[in-house]
Each structure stands twice: as C-alpha cells, then as structure tokens.
Design a protein around this ligand. Structure first.
Ligand SMILES: [Zn+2]
Length: 409
C-alpha cells in the first residue's frame, strides 16, 4: 500500500487525489491536487461551481505517521458561484483558516480533553502551540455549531482561578449541564459580557436564572432578563447559614477560653455543620452531651435545623408563612450572626421563595465547578486567562466536534 492511498482513503478524498509523496528533512510531504474534470464546491452553499482561479499553495499539518511529521500541500481553487460570488472551494480536510488538518485537530483536541496540553504535545511530538491551536479550532467550531435554542434555565456561579483572588464568572445551562460561557472577574462587567455575547434573541428565551445573593450579578440579571424568574441558590443560602453557625461556635469557644474555662467546643466544628443524620455515633453522643449545657451554639443549632424544614414545603404561601415564623424566632434569638442571616434572607425573600415556583438549584453546578478546578490544576500551561478559558469550554462545554470520514482514534 502506498502512503498516497493511505492518505486518500483516510481523508475520504473524492474530488481530489494525492499526486505525489516525498520525504524531505525527516518529514513526509503529500501533494494533493483536484481531479481533472472536477469542479470546485462553493464553501458557502456547497454546490459545484465553475472554477474561477487557483490560489497559491497552502500547507496543513497532518497526523504524524510513525513518528514522522506529515504535511499536506494543496493549491485551493476559487469557485465562481452565481449565488455567493467568488468563494474559496470547500476543502474536506480543512477547518477555516487553521493550518492544521481537521483529523489532526480532532486527534489533539480529543487527547486534550483528558490530558494537559504539554502532555498531549509530548505524546504526539508536536509543539505546545500546535496543541493549543487545535483545541482553539475545535472550540471555535463547537461554539459556532452548538445548539442553544433550548437554553431556558441558566445557573450563574463563580470559581476562583489559582490560589489568589482571581475570579471567573461561569454561566451554565441547567437543563443540559454544560458550560455556556465563562469570563474573567465577578463584577457587573463580567456578567454583562455574557449577556452581550448571548444576544437579545437568546436572552428572551431564558425563563429562569439560579444564582447567589451577589449584588453585581443581581443588578445586571434583573436589567437584562426582566421577565426571567430569579432563584437564589439553595446551596449558597445553606453555605451562608453554615458560615454563621461556625462564627457563633468560634466566638463562643474564644469566650470560654478568655474566661479560663475548659474548651468543651474544641473539634466540634463539623458536629454543628453536618446534618444530624450524617453524624457518626461518636459525634451524636458528643452533640447530645453538649446539648445539655447552656450554650449559645445550641440555640443557633436549633435555628439552623429548623431552617432546613423550610425547603420541604411544596407551596410558596406555606413556605412564606414558615419563613415569617422563623424570621421572628431568629431575630429574637439574641444571637447576632443568626439575626444578620435572618435579615439577609428577608431582604432577598422574593427570590428565595421563587424556589417554590421554579425549583432549580445550582447543585449540579458545584460538580461542574469541581471539574473546572481539576482543569485548572492540570495546567501549568494556563499562564493566560485565554488558554484557561479555552480549556474550560473544551472540557465542560459539551461542544460538538467536527465530523471526519475516518476515525483516527
Ligand atoms: Zn455558493
């Protein structure tokens, strides 16, 4: 079998064929030409049209063969299309202006879903920049060809990039659990940039948004999606409550220490944060011992457990009634942290109660965020935000890949 027929069959060439293959400086160069009487296919409408002229030679990096780099050479023709004008012909192995062949893009991008870019580079013997370019081409294709008409519920969340306080705003599709958009920062500009990209038409289709009680997001979402139901994420609310509980416990432990009393609250952090059904036997015993004492944390704990019942309601009106009762109880508890939490809830009550209208949460989003963390840890290569973003879209975006006639993997 000749290398030329191998290339022809794996590229699925019909209107073109491999004219010659030569080896030069350790690499394989395959020259492709159009079949004699074939007419170029217009790259816009996909119809066969008369040939207008021939451009100068272009080169594509192709999949290395047994460790030898392969380059495809071809002079694209331009078609004279009566509907589209003068257009470059459709080249079956090419994706846009990328200097990489479509199969190479797919091969590198497929590896890059599970490996760091530098590992893919080492494994396939291509430069890091080439791997990045392949991922970029695959992501560009995916973003352009993904289906977005079904996006009606989105979850907005943030992740921190690296250890510092660099944040990324993440927008997820809650029905298909995929990343729709990510951008630097977590301020108004960050979330506004999403809406600008998403455009008026697609914004109109969004019926519900789940997010944290974070004012910059709230302001922009209310302005951009006036008709969507905004739901504050249950798990963020629980996290706020847990933080309050933890502060009560720490403050009380400090107080005991200052008074020179035994630190009975040492190593109790998770006892008060966990749900009682998840406690170990040992923790349960410890808790029931502590409950016999007159401690502030015990009262806070009872409030926390009572708040959990709130989510069990089915009807908004009943949930509201319960919340009112709980609010009175918390604000009269003489525990500053619980009072603050209760007021935060009251100030955001409408969107919290929206949960009973549209029961969406960002629970699944947390799983996606964990994946994002793995992506960020994988990468010494993500010196720039751009490459990190690219990797996030690639791994979390559930993007369609371009099709080829032959599977190389
Ligand atoms: Zn055309």
């Amino acid at each position: 079998m000749h290398v030329s027929s191998l290339i022809r069959s794996t590229l699925g060439l019909k209107g073109h064929h491999v004219k010659s293959v030569r080896e030069e400086a350790g690499g394989i160069f395959a020259k492709i030409v159009a079949n004699k009487r074939s007419r170029p296919v217009c790259s816009v409408c996909g119809r066969k049209r008369p040939c207008y002229d021939t451009l100068k030679e272009r080169r594509w990096r192709h999949i290395p063969l047994w460790g030898k780099p392969v380059t495809l050479l071809f002079r694209p023709r331009r078609a004279k299309c009566k509907t589209c004008g003068i257009k470059v012909e459709k080249i079956p192995w090419s994706s846009g202006k990328s200097p990489l062949s479509l199969p190479l893009i797919i091969l590198l991008a497929t590896y890059a879903k599970i490996l760091a870019l530098e590992e893919v580079a080492r494994l396939t013997g291509v430069h890091w920049n080439t791997v990045r370019a392949a991922v970029k081409a695959a992501v560009d294709y995916g973003l352009e060809h993904r289906e977005t008409a079904s996006v009606i519920a989105i979850g907005v969340d943030e992740i921190s990039r690296r250890k510092g306080h660099k944040y990324m705003t993440m927008v997820y599709d809650l029905s298909r659990m995929r990343l729709l958009w990510c951008g630097e920062g977590r301020d108004k500009n960050a979330i506004q940039a999403f809406f600008n990209d998403w455009g008026e038409e697609r914004c109109k289709a969004i019926k519900a948004v789940c997010c944290d009680m974070w004012q910059p997001y709230i302001d922009v979402i209310e302005e951009m999606l006036p008709n969507a139901v905004m739901v504050f994420d249950k798990f963020h609310i629980i996290a706020h409550l847990s933080k309050a509980i933890d502060e009560v416990r720490r403050e009380e432990a400090r107080k005991l220490k200052d008074e020179g009393r035994e630190n009975i609250l040492s190593k109790t952090r998770y006892i008060f944060l966990k749900n009682p059904e998840n406690l170990t036997d040992k923790q349960r015993l410890r808790l029931s011992d502590l409950e016999k004492l007159n401690l502030k944390i015990n009262r806070a704990y009872v409030l926390k457990e009572a708040f959990r019942c709130f989510w069990d309601y089915t009807y908004r009106a009943n949930a509201k009634k319960y919340l009112d009762k709980w609010f009175w109880w918390a604000t009269h508890s003489r525990i500053e942290q619980m009072r603050d939490f209760a007021w935060m809830i009251r100030n955001h009550e409408e969107q919290i109660l929206n949960y009973f209208k549209v029961p969406i949460t960002n629970a699944a989003v947390e799983g996606m965020n964990r994946k994002a963390k793995v992506v960020s840890q994988r990468a010494y290569g993500y010196r720039t935000v751009g490459t990190f973003q690219l990797a996030l879209y690639h791994v979390l975006g559930d993007l369609p890949m371009p099709e080829t006639t032959h599977r190389f993997l």
